[in-house]
Design a protein around this ligand. Structure first.
Ligand SMILES: [Zn+2]
Ligand SMILES: [Zn+2]
Length: 320
């Protein structure tokens, strides 16, 4: 019966029904929507992409998904992030990651490796969107999205002209909303609070890290940054610290130019250890990995040399 029902309903309708049911469940079970211990609900984290600007067949561009109470919140949309979301929705059984049902995107900064898939996420199957994509990011994102929408309109006009109206949920479904953010709480609802804080990423200003608080988890995402004491403070006691990393051992064998460049823009394994020693998170998850020829094990070992807590190197589609 359920199978027959699901076969006759399309994806957006199923998602709406699923959200409505989960909303009713929440209302019935919890009379208040505070962050009290008794209303805790499991939050899932999926690392969609662990790569860098350097093309890598095994590592998609940066992206982290936080899924809580039937909604996915995405942090960065590097190249391939949308494909990874499809894989997660279908392969890992996380329907919230079906791209047209993703409603919230937060960007750490506007480097291309973090935004290549913004357009794909906003405009992919736009005609089936129930809610337009909201994009939160640093100064410049409004102009970027304005131009992106103008670009997408060309295709949308062509498609709309040849598509029966009843198949179009929202004629302007590709029109994403952009909000330029500053330090502080940039988004909150009953399920999640998202706080942005500035991180030092060379000359790229502003660049943000995020602290995400749900009913049952605190997650800190470094974005692209060099060593940051503020980040260590924000990550104090977090369940998950998702931090970028490069191999400091290998960078020391590179030219002075690259040592300066990466030293000012990114974080070595030893520096991740320093941050983790201050923050003492439940788990350090390494991502946006610049190997410089080192192996994954060598980079994890570099962190563990001076940090005794749990550390893992993320792979695409890892779940936490
Ligand atoms: Zn990057
Ligand atoms: Zn960057």
């Amino acid at each position: 019966m359920l199978l027959a029902l699901t076969q006759t309903l399309d994806k957006p309708m199923l998602m709406t029904i699923s959200r409505t049911l989960s909303g009713i469940f929440f209302s019935l079970v919890f009379c208040s929507c505070g962050f009290a211990a008794e209303d805790r609900k499991d939050t899932q984290v999926v690392i969609l992409g662990t790569g860098t600007p350097i093309p890598d067949a095994d590592r998609t561009g940066p992206g982290v998904a936080v899924i809580t109470n039937g909604e996915a919140y995405i942090f960065d949309a590097g190249g391939g992030m949308v494909k990874a979301a499809v894989q997660a929705s279908q392969g890992l059984g996380i329907p919230e990651l079906y791209p047209q049902d993703i409603n919230y995107l937060f960007l750490t900064h506007l480097h291309s490796d973090h935004i290549h898939d913004v357009s794909e996420l906003a405009s992919g199957r736009w005609w089936g969107r129930e809610q337009r994509l909201s994009i939160y990011g640093p100064a410049g994102i409004a102009e970027y999205v304005k131009n992106m929408v103008a670009m997408s309109a060309i295709e949308a006009d062509i498609r709309a002209a040849g598509t029966p109206e009843q198949l179009v949920t929202d004629r302007l479904g590709y029109v994403a909303n952009a909000r330029e953010i500053e330090d502080g709480i940039v988004f909150s609802n009953d399920d999640i609070v998202v706080e942005a804080f500035t991180v030092p990423h060379g000359e790229i200003r502003p660049a943000f890290g995020y602290k995400i608080t749900t009913r049952d988890k605190v997650i800190v995402i470094s974005g692209d940054t060099t060593y940051s004491e503020l980040l260590a403070e924000k990550a104090k006691g977090a369940d998950l610290l998702i931090h970028e990393v490069y191999s400091g051992d290998r960078l020391s064998q590179q030219s002075e130019f690259w040592q300066d460049y990466h030293g000012n823009s990114h974080t070595s394994g030893a520096q991740v250890a320093d941050i983790a020693n201050i923050a003492q998170p439940g788990l350090v998850i390494l991502t946006h990995i610049i190997f410089f020829g080192a192996s994954a094990d060598e980079i994890v070992a570099e962190v563990k040399r001076t940090y005794a807590g749990d550390v893992v190197m993320a792979n695409d589609l890892d779940e936490f």
